[in-house]
Write a protein that binds this ligand. Structure first.
Ligand code: FES
Length: 139
């Protein structure tokens, strides 16, 4: 077997996947092409724009971000939706810390996720609204 290919065994969304993979293949290409999960998007292909963000060694329970997804829709925090999967995961990572982050903290935390369409205002509004709602739910 060429050194360029490696046998990998990973668990993706609770299912074990075993594949022989080109060593140069990125995780997102592996997920999209070998595992047929196209929810993760490829943007810059350099790990800079955040579009391909995935959660590693963790489970994303869809209910966990349902309120975020609804807030994004309600506040038009997406247009083309290309950045949205990564944006949601990154926002959830901040919100999982608890509390109500300031708009500046939200912007700083999402600064690694590029959006070409919305201008970010609506995204910050949506994340802030969910933070406040979750904090209110805890009172
Ligand atoms: S909604 Fe289009 S890149 Fe963000």
């Amino acid at each position: 077997m060429s050194e360029r290919f490696h046998d990998v065994a990973v668990t993706v969304n609770g299912e074990e996947v075993r594949e022989r993979v080109d060593a140069r293949k990125t995780l997102v290409d592996f997920l999209r092409e070998d595992v047929a999960l196209t929810g993760s998007h490829v943007g810059c292909e350099h790990g800079v724009c955040g579009a391909c963000s995935v959660r590693v060694d963790g489970v994303v329970d869809t209910d966990e971000i349902a309120d975020l997804q609804q807030a994004f829709i309600a506040r038009n925090a997406l247009q083309c939706g290309y950045c949205t999967p990564g944006m949601l995961l990154t926002a959830q990572e901040l919100l999982a810390r608890g509390g109500v982050p300031s708009r500046e903290q939200i912007r700083t935390h999402l600064s690694g996720n590029y959006c070409r369409c919305t201008g970010y205002q609506a995204i910050v509004d949506a994340v802030e609204a969910v933070a406040q709602a979750r904090a209110g739910a805890k009172r």
